[in-house]
Design a protein around this ligand. Structure first.
Ligand code: ADP
Length: 140
């Protein structure tokens, strides 16, 4: 299992608000190499599957609706210590609690519409990358 990769999505709010370029620039400036990327849109069914771990949470319906509301950018990123370093770069789930300079602090609008996803473990980075990309679409 890769420990130097993480999976990210630029969420529908950030795409809609015109932040794809600025977010990709910060990802690169943070030392991450993009090894897979696609501009796509999740169906409600796919969004529900991706966030199945949250199925019992009160915000699940809202999350699925939001994540399937418009296009996203999905990407696999490579860097030493990728999962933890990317979580630092994006900041806390709630932008009100995110550190200055983090991607969520700059671009998120609320705890739900928080601009970017970042995997929370190496295991999930692997699962989430495979959810979105075939092996032939990842260029490590
Ligand atoms: P993270 O994305 O920072 O790992 P979680 O795994 O806890 O955060 O939650 C997954 C996603 O669910 C969040 O990024 C956010 O879009 C949404 N979410 C989390 N908590 C809430 C909440 N209280 N209300 C609405 N949406 C939420």
């Amino acid at each position: 299992m890769a420990t130097n990769r993480t999976f990210t999505m630029i969420k529908p709010d950030a795409v809609k608000n015109g932040h794809i370029g600025a977010i990709l620039q910060q990802i690169n400036a943070g030392g991450f190499k993009i090894v897979a990327m696609k501009y796509t849109k999740l169906s409600a069914e796919k969004a529900g599957e991706f966030y199945a771990v949250h199925a019992e949470r009160p915000f699940y319906g809202e999350l699925v609706e939001f994540m399937s509301s418009g296009p996203i950018v999905a990407a696999v990123l490579e860097k030493d210590n990728a999962v933890a370093d990317f979580r630092t770069l994006i900041g806390a789930t709630n932008p009100a609690e995110a550190a200055e300079g983090t991607i969520r602090k700059q671009f998120a609008t609320s705890i739900g519409e928080n601009a970017v996803h970042g995997s929370d473990s190496d295991e999930n980075a692997d699962i989430e990358s495979q959810f979105h990309f075939a092996g032939t679409e990842i260029f490590g």
